[in-house]
Ligand binder design. Structure first.
Ligand SMILES: Cc1cc2nc3c(=O)[nH]c(=O)nc-3n(C[C@H](O)[C@H](O)[C@H](O)COP(=O)(O)OP(=O)(O)OC[C@H]3O[C@@H](n4cnc5c(N)ncnc54)[C@H](O)[C@@H]3O)c2cc1C
Length: 330
């Protein structure tokens, strides 16, 4: 048995591919493993996920344990957490990092409980202390307060926020190891009887490179069309604050923030958004924030890289016109 120096990363897959946060987690895992003189062991679980496992190896994990069997075709907390518990017992990692996805938020606490481990949630940053141990930075009270958490168990379990970490640059490919695991039927308490795919509008805010968001300051559904026009011009995705959604200007899937999506685009343009904590906590990992607001004291300007004090109904048409001119000239 290893001695608590390797870092395990559970990489979820969706439609045959590793999810973004899964690959992002390899970076902090590498730092932690280096501090302990260990390696990064990624785990991919599913049915027909060998290609995904190879992609994870190419993203910089030293080793990828691929658990590929029909039993894991659908996500089931009992089978997935059961497989991870088995691997944790075998590998004795110092930490297990899990993406803060819907499934990840289910798995991590169960895994922690079954392994008698401490669990840090929604981790936004990881430092390594002088003794080589992880210090997890987690938000409290909707991101108003950040706290540093250390966990005195082996393993430590943590869910990591999507977009908080960057993928490994120029990764060296690791190896894929196939592993057979079978969870006994009597340990599976829930069964998927039927899956129905929701027919609904889908957008990918979490992976968007450009997001143009509108808030209550847009004033009406008709005015909100300017946000959509700018977003289309920039090849981006439309985001919104909760009031804009509550007023019916745009659907709920566009919500950015504490109870919406946590985003990390290269460019985030906030139009008529005050900068409430519940919104800002969802955009803090953006590379560059541009804010347009008529109130020069609006809190959004405290987090913006560029602030434009003005009426969105005057500023947005000018921006749109100028961008069109640049595009036409190209
Ligand atoms: C538990 C909880 C969870 C929440 N989750 C979320 C969440 O996930 N996402 C979220 O967004 N909110 C969330 N909220 C709501 C949040 O607290 C704020 O109410 C919301 O973010 C404010 O949205 P806003 O900026 O659009 O509106 P306001 O705060 O009303 O701000 C509107 C801004 O527009 C500016 N403005 C007005 N007219 C113009 C104009 N013509 N030109 C330029 N600027 C103009 C104003 O100066 C103002 O700053 C949550 C609240 C709670 C309690």
């Amino acid at each position: 048995m290893a001695d608590c120096k390797n870092i395990m990363v559970y990489v979820e897959t969706a439609e045959g591919n590793p999810v973004k946060v899964g690959l992002e987690m390899i970076s902090p895992a590498k730092e932690l493993a280096a501090a302990k003189g260990g390696k990064v062991i990624a785990v991919v679980i599913g049915s027909g996920v060998k290609d995904a496992a190879q992609k994870v190896a190419e993203a910089g994990a030293d080793q990828v344990v691929c658990v590929d069997a029909p039993q894991f075709a659908d996500f089931n907390l009992d089978t997935y957490a059961g497989a991870l518990v088995e691997l944790v017992k075998e590998e004795a990692p110092a930490a297990v990092l899990v993406g803060g996805t819907q499934d990840g938020k289910d798995i991590a606490p169960v895994l922690a409980a079954k392994c008698d481990a401490g669990c840090a949630s929604d981790v936004m940053a990881i430092k390594v202390d002088d003794a080589g141990n992880a210090v997890f930075t987690c938000p409290l009270y909707g991101g108003t307060v950040l706290q540093d958490v250390t966990i005195d168990t082996c393993p430590q379990v943590a869910t990591l926020r999507s977009g908080a970490f960057q993928k490994v640059e120029d990764p060296a490919a690791g190896e894929v190891v196939e592993k057979e695991i079978q969870i006994p039927e009597d340990q599976i308490r829930t069964k998927v009887v039927e899956s129905v795919k929701e027919i609904a509008e889908t957008i990918n805010l979490e992976e968007a490179e450009v997001i143009v968001s509108g808030g209550r300051g847009m004033g009406s559904k008709e005015n909100f069309a300017l946000v959509e026009e700018l977003s289309n011009l920039l090849g981006g995705v439309v985001g919104a604050t909760r009031p804009a959604i509550e007023d019916g200007w745009v659907s709920k899937i566009h919500q950015v923030g504490q109870s919406g999506k946590i985003v990390a685009p290269k460019l985030y343009i906030a139009c008529g958004i005050s900068g409430a904590t519940q919104h800002v906590s969802g955009i803090m990992n953006s590379d560059y924030i541009v804010a347009i607001n008529k109130d020069e004291d609006a809190p959004i300007f405290e987090v913006a890289n560029v602030g434009i004090v003005g009426d969105v109904m005057k500023v947005l048409p000018v921006m749109i016109e100028e961008i069109k001119k640049i595009k036409e000239a190209q």
